[in-house]
Write a protein that binds this ligand. Structure first.
Ligand SMILES: *Cc1c(COP(=O)(O)O)cnc(C)c1O
Length: 425
């Protein structure tokens, strides 16, 4: 892993900054995830939902931000419950955080019981056959780790119908039922005035009240902002933790989490009338200066953000100014029109900003023709990845002497805030 900028050996000849810069030069782009911003976002959501418990949805590698890193940071901040999509995701999260409850949204499937027991996580069960199979596993092995029941209130994706949910109420009333959470999922939570919200709320409130003693959860990120009645005992934010606006009809209350920079690999000037990139779809209307950067659609910067003679594409920030994409986004490269910058403001080797400095995930989503969720989960695997922050001083609950003995081993280097790379822009 010598190519990992976080673990590159110190050569002794170079300063720490210089060796990190040397390591980063092997990459076309640098993705920095701000764990402190994720923690601040979680705290804000927790405050908004109090007294409900605030869990964290970290499926799809924490929406591209790194499930292990995010779980560690949020767990230290006080998050007690995590949701992932698959058992394999749960395994990685469990390796990072031994204590918290982990729910697996895709539920129970034949022969997965041992996996659940081995890493102590819980299936979210959304079908009566699935529940019966889970019960068989629990009876056979004596496993009592618990499971959530998902009830469908309009999504028609996963979950028991209301009638099916009704049918298991006697079991709840009999006690010792092994159901640790009852949940449903909102269809249009980001649309404040959608009548579906009130319908789902009424349906869920009715059925959840019959699961006596079982905590209930309905709200995703946007659902939290629909108000207290939607918050029940637990809320399940995902996207908002990572900076996506949960209230698209208003200003974004969340902090930006992801910063993405790319290196300028060449500066060139072209004549008026020349075209740029595949298909020659963008024509210079004046003598034009271009910066070619080393990121492309293979890095999750969608080709849909290309520009042509009729349409403007996305913008990137070069030397502090917004500059437009020129022509088609290629697999590994993008051309940027930097004609309007002062001479020498941008040079080969400088870094430009694709996300950050005012360019939000939601803005990129607009240019990509999608939503912030897909921008984040599409973030490429080719970037150097750096983590910032996430080191929380845990509340002192033990006498200092006892604490000194029980100090955990020093955290892996990934948790140490890599000193920010010497990026020039
Ligand atoms: C993904 C997911 C969430 C989180 O949704 P966001 O809109 O990202 O906050 C919550 N609950 C369930 C069931 C989900 O699948």
């Amino acid at each position: 892993m010598a190519s990992d900028p976080k673990t590159i050996p110190q050569s002794g000849l170079l300063s720490a900054e210089a060796s990190q810069a040397a390591a980063l030069a092997a990459y076309g782009g640098v993705l920095t995830v701000d764990l402190d911003a994720i923690i601040a976002n979680w705290r804000k959501l927790e405050k908004t939902a109090v007294p409900a418990e605030c869990s964290a949805v970290i499926k799809a590698d924490a929406y591209g931000c790194g499930a292990a890193e995010v779980a560690r940071a949020l767990s230290k901040a006080g998050c007690k419950t995590f949701f992932v999509a698959t058992i394999e995701e749960a395994r990685k999260v469990r390796a990072a955080v031994p204590e918290p409850t982990i729910y697996v949204l895709s539920g129970y499937f034949q022969n997965t019981g041992e996996h659940y027991a081995k890493i102590n996580c819980r299936p979210v069960i959304g079908d009566l056959n699935e529940l019966a199979e889970w019960d068989v596993f629990c009876r056979r092995t004596g496993w009592t780790g618990g499971a959530a029941v998902h009830i469908d209130t309009g999504m028609n994706r996963l979950g028991l119908t209301l009638a099916e949910a009704q049918a298991i109420i006697p079991r709840i009333n009999a006690g010792d039922h092994g159901i640790t959470l009852v949940m449903s999922h909102l269809v249009s939570a980001e649309q404040l005035n959608s009548p579906v919200n009130a319908r789902q709320l009424a349906a869920f409130r009715g059925i959840a009240s019959e699961f006596s003693g079982v905590p209930a959860a309905l709200a995703n990120s946007s659902g939290i902002f629909l108000g207290a009645p939607f918050q029940f005992d637990m809320v399940r934010p995902g996207a908002a933790l990572y900076g996506v606006n949960p209230t698209p009809e208003a200003d974004n209350p969340m902090q930006q989490v992801v910063d993405l920079k790319a290196r300028i690999v060449q500066i060139r000037t072209i004549e008026r009338g020349e075209t740029v990139g595949y298909g020659g779809t963008w024509t210079a209307r004046r003598p034009t200066k271009l910066a070619i950067i080393a990121v492309g659609y293979a890095d999750g910067y969608f080709r849909a953000a290309s520009s042509n003679d009729g349409t403007r594409g996305a913008e990137v920030i070069v030397a502090g100014k917004r500059c437009p994409v020129a022509g088609r986004i290629s697999m590994d490269l993008i051309a940027i029109d930097i004609t309007d910058l002062p001479p020498n403001a941008a040079r080969r080797g400088h870094m430009v900003t694709l996300l950050g400095e005012g360019i939000t995930v939601d803005e990129l989503a607009h240019h990509f023709g999608t939503i912030g969720y897909e921008v984040l989960t599409s973030l490429g695997r080719r970037y150097a990845r750096l983590y910032k922050g996430g080191n929380i001083v845990e509340p002192v609950t033990k006498p200092a002497a006892a604490q000194a003995v029980e100090q955990p081993p020093s955290p892996p280097s990934i948790e140490q805030p890599a000193s920010p790379p010497p990026l020039r822009s």
